[in-house]
Design a protein around this ligand. Structure first.
Ligand SMILES: Nc1ncnc2c1ncn2[C@@H]1O[C@H](COP(=O)(O)OP(=O)(O)OP(=O)(O)O)[C@@H](O)[C@H]1O
Length: 615
């Protein structure tokens, strides 16, 4: 894969980049200029009477002093510009990467294990010394280019004083640089080969330090065992690294010996020819200085930066290939007003698996209908609503809304019309209000919709207890923040989905939205939802059949197909799997085992069939 290391630096902007390049170039040219100034200085001293010496050396001395000061000044100026250019380049890299990852229309590609690893490598967030940010590679390449110019300048100065020394020094300097780069690559590869063991070591390290596993560590006395596992994985990773380290050390010593031998090959003849009067001391001094700079310039760029950044940039290039850019809004849009959603002969398999989760399924969700989907664990209920959300596309068949295929609507258009509560919802460390208005983050905050969503989700008593009401951060780690209980979080997430509905979404999908709620709150929330849903279609997945029975229609999913459907009473009369599940839950409740069916007295299965609403 062809990697253009300098590309990330485009984000630094032309002015900053030109300034940085100029400074780096000047720094690279300093050794050649210093060699010239030294030669000139020493040359002026020779044969000048004492009283004229000061006059003779004044200008070369000033030039030499200027070069020394210039070295320091250039370093001071380069550092902040270098920092700024790197920050801009890496910031831009991360922004592009995260936007790309967040813009995939479906989750399919993100869920592949390979993609996750690529995202981690491309994240420009080094976790060990082998990893580098894109800016490290880019600046290293920039330095390499400047070093090549400086190298050429030093070679020219050297040729001016001792042409024969040029091949004697240049060839080994370049060869040693290439060899050193290869040695570093081998070292990095050895490190990377051990990252699996490192990850395993980190599992135990974080378990030992975490509060969650801390209980197991104490109860089962796992401390020593875990430390032993850590040590095992640590040695698994580091023993080969240490061996490579020793080899690298020997290589460095060998390099030093070669540099010394090569320099002596030039210095000794240069010094002896100056001593013998065949050349001047000035020529010897300049030649020695320029010759030495050839080797120091070879270190102007750290090969680790290039090798480390290569992995990051290769992962980025691979992600650019894998992750499609943000799709343009679909050409079609839904007509204003209520719409019907249809699953037409839909089958689905998760990518990389051969199990058919949904099998030629047909289903219709009418506007204003409260549809419940039930089924055993793993029946495909959550999968069905992920397809409905457009997070996956059907393997075959199609899903339509208002007669238009979701694929033609495009994910961005469709998501304005649908609102969801997922089983595994995310707790954002934001204020209560910010958490709710995320339901329509693309619009300005709508106070009326916010108040209605809070009332419908039964959130008002929770808000009253929050120290700063809507503005309270929902994380104890933030100043003035609080931690909510699981049920209270569920109400926040429900309010978020309802906020989207009050802002125009025509379909509300709830996957186990009340699993953490107490019975009274759940009953109130559903009573309000049933009463106020208007034209909004509601799809509800719940294992609590006392909640489900309020639905207009109940659909039983089994083996990826709908095997039963009807109202609660119809399904009970049918005496099939739904009725069996309901009886089992009722029996467990009667024996006091299961809290899933407990509810207001008139709501308990087996005790009453009518629904009441509480205020
Ligand atoms: N991301 C995924 N990749 C591969 N298989 C998956 C993925 N998510 C779910 N599955 C599989 O799809 C099947 C249906 O899962 P799904 O979560 O839809 O069931 P469910 O009816 O919602 O179950 P539950 O009641 O336990 O929540 C299961 O066999 C599950 O292992």
């Amino acid at each position: 894969m062809r990697i253009v290391f300098l590309r990330p630096l485009r984000a630094a902007g032309p002015v900053l980049l030109t300034a940085l390049l100029t400074l780096l170039l000047l720094q690279a040219l300093l050794p050649a200029a210093t060699a010239l100034a030294m030669g000139e200085l020493v040359g002026r001293v020779r044969g000048v009477p004492g009283e004229e010496l000061w006059q003779a050396v004044l200008w070369p001395l000033l030039a030499f002093t200027g070069l020394l000061l210039g070295t320091h000044l250039l370093e001071c100026l380069t550092e902040p510009l270098d920092f700024l250019a790197r920050a801009r380049a890496d910031g831009d890299h991360r922004r592009r990467l995260l936007l790309r990852a967040a813009s995939t229309p479906t989750l399919e590609v993100l869920e592949r294990p390979g993609t996750r690893q690529l995202l981690r490598t491309a994240a420009a967030d080094p976790e060990n010394w082998t990893e580098r940010k894109p800016s490290d590679g880019a600046v290293a390449q920039l330095r390499l280019l400047c070093a090549a110019v400086g190298f050429g300048a030093s070679a020219v100065v050297l040729a001016g004083y001792a042409w024969w020394a040029v091949p004697v020094l240049v060839v080994p300097a370049v060869a040693l640089r290439v060899h050193f780069g290869r040695s570093i690559s081998a070292f990095v590869r050895r490190w990377l080969a051990g990252t699996g063991a490192w990850d395993q070591m980190m599992v135990w390290a974080s378990a030992l330090a975490s509060g969650g596993a801390g209980k197991d560590v104490r109860v089962f006395g796992l401390g020593e065992w875990m430390v032993g596992r850590m040590r095992h994985h640590l040695l698994e990773m580091f023993e080969p690294v240490w061996r490579e380290h020793i080899r690298h050390l020997w290589r460095c010593l060998a390099h030093g010996a070669v540099v010394l031998a090569v320099l002596l090959c030039v210095f000794v003849p240069a010094a002896s020819s100056a001593a013998g009067g065949e050349s001047t001391v000035a020529a010897a001094t300049a030649a020695l200085s320029a010759g030495w700079s050839l080797f120091t310039l070879a270190e102007y760029c750290d090969p680790r930066d290039v090798v480390g950044a290569r992995a990051c940039l290769e992962a980025t290039a691979e992600l650019e290939r894998l992750l499609p850019v943000r799709p343009a809004a679909g050409a079609a849009d839904l007509a204003e007003g209520p719409f019907t959603v249809r699953f037409e002969d839909v089958s689905f398999r998760y990518p990389g698996t051969d199990r058919t989760v949904l099998d030629r399924l047909d289903l219709e969700i009418a506007p204003g209908e409260l549809l419940a989907i039930v089924g055993m664990n793993g029946a495909g209920k959550s999968t069905l609503i992920k397809l409905l959300a457009g997070l996956y596309t059907p393997t075959s068949g199609r899903i339509t809304a208002g007669g238009t295929d979701l694929a033609d609507l495009g994910p961005e258009t469709w998501r304005r019309h649908v609102s969801m509560v997922f089983q595994d919802f995310v707790r954002y460390e934001l204020s209560a209000a910010e958490n709710v208005v995320l339901g329509r983050a693309d619009r300005p905050r709508d106070e009326q919709a916010l108040a209605r969503a809070a009332a419908d989700a039964g959130l008002s008593p929770v808000l009253q207890r929050l120290p700063a009401g809507w503005d309270t951060p929902l994380a104890r780690s933030r100043t003035g923040g609080v931690d909510l209980s699981g049920g209270q979080w569920q109400q926040i997430v429900l309010a978020r989905a309802l906020y989207a509905v009050h802002s125009g979404a025509g379909l509300l999908v709830l996957d186990e939205p009340t699993a953490h709620l107490d019975v009274r709150t759940e009953f109130d929330v559903f009573a309000r939802l049933a009463r106020r849903r208007g034209d909004t279609g509601v799809v509800l997945i719940s294992h609590r059949l006392s909640t489900v029975r309020q639905a207009d229609r109940i659909v039983l999913l089994d083996g990826g197909r709908i095997t039963e459907q009807g109202t609660h009473d119809e399904l009970m009369a049918l005496g099939g799997t739904y009725a069996e599940m309901f009886h089992i839950q009722a029996e467990r409740f009667r024996r006091g085992y299961d809290d899933r069916l407990d509810g207001p007295p008139d709501d308990r299965p087996g005790t009453a069939t009518t629904q009441g609403e509480s205020a």
